[in-house]
Design a protein around this ligand. Sequence first.
Ligand SMILES: [Zn+2]
Length: 1209
Amino acid sequence: MIQYSLEDLQTILQLDSRYYGFLDLSDPKNSELKELIQRTITALQDEVAHSYSMNIIKQHDGKLVPTKSDQPISDGEHIKENSCNTQYQSKDFKWGMSNETSSNKSVAEIDEVDVNTYCKLGHLHLLMYEHSEALSAYQKYMRLCEKYWEDHAFLYGIGIVYFEFRCFKWSIKSLQELLYLNPHFTCANEAHLRLGLMLKANGEFRTALKHLQLALIDTSPSTFTDLQVKFQIAHLYEVQNKHKAAKESYEFILNNKNVSLDLKADIYRQLGWMYHCVECLGEKKERESNALLFLQKSIEADPKCGQSLYLLGRCYAGVNKVHDAFLAYRNSVEKSEGNADTWCSIGVLYQQQNQPTDALQAYICAVQLDKEHRSAWTNLGILYESCGQLRDAYACYSNAIKRISNKKIGNGQEGNKAVFSKSSTNGLTKGLAQRVKFLESQLSQAPLPSITSKRRQLCSIEEAWNLPISLEINSRQQQQSVQMQQRQFGKNPSVQGPPPPYPHSHGSQSNPLPAKRSKDDGEYSVKNRTDHTTQNLSQQQMNTLQFLQQNQKNLNEQQDKLLHQLSAQNRQALKNSSSPGPTSSTSTSETISDRTNFGSEIISSDNIKEDTDANDLARIVSTVTDQKLKIRCQNISTKLSEDQGLNNYDGTNVSIKYESLTNCNDDTQNNFKDQKPKVEYDNDQESLPTFNIQMDSKQLLSAVKLLPVDEPPINFTITAKNAPPPAPPDCPPQRLTREQLLPPTPSVHLENKKNAFSPQLQEFCLKHPIAVVRGLAGALKLDLGLFSTKTLVEANPDHSVEVRTQVNQSPDENWDVSQAKRVWACISHRSHTTIAKYAQYQASSFQDSLKDEGDKGSAGSQVMSDSDSKDSVSNSNINLKRKRQKNGSKMLRFGTNVDLSDERKWKPQLSELQKLPAFARVISAANMLSHVGHVILGMNTVQLYMKVPGSRTPGHQENNNFCSININIGPGDCEWFAVPDAYWGGIHNLCEKNSISYLHGSWWPVLEDLYKENIPVYRFIQKPGDLVWVNAGCVHWVQSVGWCNNIAWNVGPLTARQYSLAIERYEWNKLQSFKSIVPMIHLSWNLARNIKVSDVKLFELIKMCLLQSLKNVFHLQEYVKSKGVEVRFNGRGKNEASHYCGQCEVEVFNVLFIREQEKRHVVHCLPCALKLSPSLQGIVCLEEYRLSELQQVYDSFTLYRTQGLGQAH
Ligand SMILES: [Zn+2]
């Protein structure tokens, strides 16, 4: 056992993940500290190993038989995701005790390591940038520690490690949990920045922007500069195609004097490429010269950047400066040779110069470097087709299509890039699909000899794939990328396998396509290696060859001979000569180059964005300015010295130690002297008062007075402090039969008005996840005609309609853009129009279909009909193909979210709805949403939907899990799909698997995926006049069968279930940074004022919310006063809307922090106010209700005891 000095011990106790990025251990100044950390790591590892062997001995002696197998681990997926890293596994094994559990009991029984040891090991490894080891230790801690989330430095540390490994899913989860549990965390800004970057990569732009802005406003020290964050925000605009905003933001940063050279290089590169690509940035000629100028500036600022050189090449190629383009590409290859984009573009250039052989080789390099490179595959196909080698062309196109669908689905790790390329690949993919079909028919019809009789101009794709030069380049680059990936991500790189398989031959043709390669990976790699040893040139030979090739024009005889020799040795080496080679057929060259350009231009630009992301991430993470480092270290150390129960020690040692560590100068130290240390942990929870709903307000207030005010309070509605953060629930475990997976839909048919008003109807609805009330309109004599398109146009023709442009598909299918694969992501572009214009579209769409039907005659199958789609789960492929071809990818427009809230404009319509039974009415005393006190559009007001067949409302739960009412106006039907709320976690996970956000994304579940996950789905038709009741939390998606309108709104029955589901979602939304449009705290206070509650459970839930809220309000005021800030009473206007934070969009109740921003008074929550101004200087604190009033409401809200009446629900 190593002996530590007290000083060292204190240092070690203080170190944790929060120093990550602030402590440069490679700096000689810190060598002493580095040595200390290293020593501690070794000691802790020894401790773990010792305990492991002790346990083995004990087990052998039979003294202790722990009956536990490895705990059912909830975080199993974490482990799996990283299990490819063998290094980490072996380490884990060394530390591992397979028989541990998290229970305290076992800790006592076994000679075990304190779980915190693992956490500390994680921190120390992290600070040493030993990410694999850090991850291993952290994961161990997470498995063993029951309440791991209570340790916020741990959540931060593991979030950082996942981020470094690009495990975005898990990093996002950890960091979101951290910020949810403690928005005041010391490194909150670091967490927000990383969340912003990851969500940007995942295509969740709105949330990404929110996080980046929260990182930006934060004044606390950080590892990144403001300008770097601003760059990320500008880039966020760029990837959303907000080009003008992006350009302005980039230019704004450039105008700053402090912009670093690296950042300059990045900005010039982005600007240059935008000028090249984006038409709205000016006239073409000017854009072209700007593009060249900026890219050259970028290279000037960072001459080592292969990416900028590549883009420069692209721009030169674009203006036909072929020689300059080649030069730039070559430079780029030198800087970053493993770039498939560069090789693809070199291929394009060769192809344009009519050098098909060279083009072929370049493309082959590209696809060998990146087998997913769809533009290279496409270009290869075009090349082969132009040379009349249709079979090879067919193979390449097929690969291109496959790559597109793969890329869209299978990139969970890199996030949802599909967003960037959705629109751009659409046309391309369609063209490709047509091409493949055409070639398919050509190949199947043409007799075999006629295709091969012509002498082949190019070697076949299979031969080309085996060209040694490409193998050579490939293997070198692979080595490189292996090293790089291992360094960066610690993941096994994709191993070079056999060439991409040819598509299956079809029909009875005797194998018209080249023989399918059936070797497995292993066999191929052996062959690969042999080739390598026999054919490989030495590095020097390679260099010579390259030199000779580059100077082919000026070679003397001897050199020329050598060149030929080397070339021969390489068989068909890639000729880098800039002199034009032998000409080839030119007949189709023009169309080829056009198409080629189209393909590579669009697709490559996507790739660029992805690459830049990665670069930016790396750069941002690694850049630390010295000054900030010092400040931060000092800052954290002061905080920490009081945090971790170190007060017993002599504090001076600690600060001395840190001064020597970080070499802080006195000035920076003084800056932070007056800052109060933040306490990240509750060390003395026992001494803190407890709260319960039996307390009256006076007791509550005196208990709050015992709470410390050095820590800003955190606002929870129901969750107690240190409860686990909200998470989607597991699906019910019960295995369902096929019949149970397709349950009959609860439905009831109404005969008359009496039925409609019977209490049984409401009970029936509340009992089921979803219910159809058939014949409602008839029974109530509702005049549905008031909501017909004709009436609506007459009433308010210019009223606004939101339009969603969607692909027309049959109801249980959702295909990706290439129509090659069923997917979850659902395309839905948004625009706006008016009722009159939409009505015109709706009518003409109907007319067109009548014409179509007439043309087709009676044989035209009813694609959308119920009977047809019912069995489509088992539809054969042929059947699907037929439908798809027939539908094509016809687009349709869905008129949605038409706001009918205005009582003057829609009086007859709204008063007609008064005929509904109370529980279904828009406004009623028994509807929680009527107690909000202000309008929530579409929730406590009516919305209208105008549809043509195929209009889709993608999958969702209602806002804050409220119930909803939907009436079909007709004349056509709608088809509904619904999943009980207990299964929402399952659907959430499937969304994640499909790289799409459950809350923000637009998704259409693939039914087979749901059945596979044991998730039942209700499916039914809603006829005109039918009311659909969607119960709280039910997940549902709807598609219109015919032409129809629907009306819908939300209701909140006064039940415990509704209230608790609403609160649960309120908390989950908070964690996800998603705005809850029902202000639940405000609503709860209004409910307490307005209603009497006899349901015990509902009462307790509401009272709990009031308790937490009152406690928080009081605590907050105490905290604010302790900062010397006055709380001013402001009151509330009648029907004034509830408040949300202008930065993070959480509900702000009663205590508002106001700051003037751009001449507007913006409301902030406390965490955001503290970000802007840690001392709250310049911020006004307003109070909406007097404390006495809230106290009075709280105290008089009591359980209402009904006499003799049984309590329903
Ligand atoms: Zn906020």
